[in-house]
Design a binder for this molecule. Sequence first.
Ligand code: DX5
Ligand code: ZN
Length: 222
Amino acid sequence: MRTVQLAPSILTADFSRLAEEVRAAEEGGADLLHLDVMDGRFVPNITFGHALVEALRKVTSLPFDIHLMVAEPERQVGFYTEAAKTVNVHVEATDHINRVLDSIRKGGAEAGVCLNPGTPLAAIEESLGEVDQVMVMTINPGWGGQKLIPAQLEKVSRLRTLLDEGGHAARIEVDGGVKVENAATCAAAGADVLVCGSSVYNDRSSVAENLASLRAALAKGS
Ligand code: DX5
Ligand code: ZN
């Protein structure tokens, strides 16, 4: 089975000591840091913008996986390409997805495209040659701590086949409701990267313990 990367999302971290929380993910062996930018338009919630992303760039060497839940991402991608490994934009948020993906790559970052649960794979089929990553949302975006929608894993499997048969190298990222109980199922469906928010940042165990539990579940395959 492929090596699966873990990308903790800071959405449920303690924002009053964010630098410490981010370092805990790095020390706990995270592969990436997932940063959820919400603008109050594409989703009702507002989180943070590029100023915070740039501040965090100074406290960790983890690669940044930036998830832009913003309307008209074409107006914003330029703020994030320098700090990011990957900038992910929603296909539902723009009329010109290929142009946005191209401008992310021209800015020097990898380009990712995201699909809401209600969006069919057909919406991105024409972009598969232009992306480094496809993010399948397994919740409706806007908040952390929601339950994974199992039917979306079937979409992940179909996407895996589409990418493999088409000879596309794009990674598949699964975002929303990933937990110890379902991490291996997500990997088996074809995920390369798992976003883990509340399963990493919670009151039950430390960030390092939670990351270790997720790795153990993946290694065990169940
Ligand atoms: C929600 C965000 C997710 C969220 C995941 O819109 O895109 O990245 O932080 O959190 P969990 O893992 O708790 O579902
Ligand atoms: Zn996200």
